[in-house]
Ligand binder design. Structure first.
Ligand code: PLP
Length: 402
């Protein structure tokens, strides 16, 4: 800082203030003991979604299979078109009671918020709870948009390893000891590994979190009831918590709705911050969600969707296993394939007509791999993809060893 101040003929205090501003805005990263470096990624990415070449199968985006989403047609025809004015309740009472019942079925009795998707709830919870520079535990690897959000808020990512049963309790404890103020974790359908937290691991994690009752625990239960694994709570009941259940994979991403249950302070802060933004989630959409969720046919379809998603994950995992390739996909909409040479494999697969997610965007310190969305991947196609991957592994592995 002193030499920069000399070179620029400004005071060291000015340089220090510039560093602070750059850090707060996410352009540089300060690491205790290692100095300050330019952030690898800009704080808010303005990224155009690259168009896939014609004929390439998209297994990179995490979309649900549209044929496993309930039809909205009938509900749209039944929506009450009466204008709702300012000053009404933020939550449609019917949707709130459906949400309460669904959470209660998993033993969750909190206040309820209805937000514009899962990320919206997570952003509002973080923004009202934390201050710039606070540390947030994220799963390593995890969905890139969560890390982008954390950076954009001026918060610092504290990566904690996940294995096939979720967050590593010891690593979580160490991160909390380093002063993390919030934890974001997926109880099931972990993106990208497919991990689901079982009751024993959940208990271990709760035992750790119980020692930090002021830490906000956000459970991103984004695949919710089509995850293919039961829900196990990670938070402690009398701590600070929010369980966020997106409707994107259940009823469709364009409804832009999620339901959150949490302790009264967390939920009132989410709703308070929501009032300063969109105000509330449109009741037209909340009505559609409530009508579809109440429909018996929806329950049947969602049970089928959960089964089909599991069959499709398993088909790819088994087809890869037949080639001696280890992959995981215990729950959720995708499969994670650990690979040393992920960039080369992603490139080669693209050349053969398959777009998959490079692990690089998902991981901090964890090992490399690729994420394959299997939501709409029929078993026959899974076998073809596994053949393609197996045929790549030979030559690329030899190159790698050499
Ligand atoms: C981990 C995770 N959380 C949240 C979401 C998205 O939720 P929403 O559409 O409700 O914002 C996704 C989407 O794939 C996801 O992978």
């Amino acid at each position: 800082m002193r030499s920069l101040a000399d070179a620029l003929a400004v005071s060291p205090a000015t340089v220090a203030a510039a560093y602070r501003t750059l850090r707060q805005r996410g352009f540089v990263v300060a690491d205790r003991g290692r100095g300050t470096t330019v952030a690898a990624l800009p704080p808010v990415r303005v990224r155009r979604v690259a168009e896939l070449p014609a004929g390439v199968r998209d297994l990179a985006s995490g979309n649900p299979d549209p044929s496993l989403l309930p039809s909205l047609a009938e509900a749209l025809g039944r929506v009450d078109p009466t204008h709702k004015l300012y000053g009404g309740p933020a939550k449609l009472p019917e949707l709130e009671s459906l949400a309460s019942a669904e959470f209660a079925a998993d033993g969750l009795y909190g206040e309820i918020a209805v937000t514009g998707g899962a990320l919206d709830a997570i952003e509002r919870a973080l923004q009202t709870e934390l201050r710039i520079g606070d540390r947030v535990v994220l799963e390593d690897p995890s969905w890139p948009r969560i890390a982008d959000l954390v950076h954009a808020l001026g918060l610092v990512v504290e990566p904690v390893a996940v294995d096939s049963r979720g967050l590593d309790p010891e690593a979580l404890e160490a991160a909390l000891r380093r002063g993390a103020r919030a934890v974001i974790a997926t109880p099931r359908g972990q993106n990208p590994t497919g991990a689901a937290v079982d009751p024993a691991r959940a208990e271990e994690l709760r035992a750790v979190l119980a020692r930090w009752p002021d830490v906000l625990v956000i459970e991103d239960d984004y695949v919710a009831r089509v995850a293919g694994a039961p829900y196990a709570p990670l938070h402690v009941e009398d701590g600070r918590w929010a369980v966020v259940r997106s409707l994107s994979k259940v009823l469709g991403p364009d409804l832009r709705l999620a339901m959150a249950a949490g302790d009264p302070l967390t939920i009132s802060r989410i709703e308070g911050r929501q009032r300063l933004g969109p105000g509330w989630a449109s009741h037209l959409l909340q009505q559609v969600a409530a009508l579809v969720l109440r429909d018996r046919e929806t329950k049947r379809l969602l049970r089928r969707a959960e089964r089909v998603y599991a069959e499709r994950r398993n088909a790819l995992v088994s087809a890869l296993a037949a080639h001696g390739i280890d992959a995981s996909g215990d729950s959720g909409l995708g499969v994670w394939v650990p690979l040393a040479d992920e960039a080369a494999v992603v490139r080669e697969l693209l050349a053969r007509g398959w777009a998959v997610g490079p692990g690089e965007r998902f991981r901090f310190q964890s090992a490399s791999g690729i994420r394959v969305t299997t939501a709409a991947l029929e078993p026959a196609d899974a076998a073809r993809l596994a053949d393609a991957l197996a045929s790549l592994r030979g030559p690329t592995a030899r190159t790698y060893d050499a």
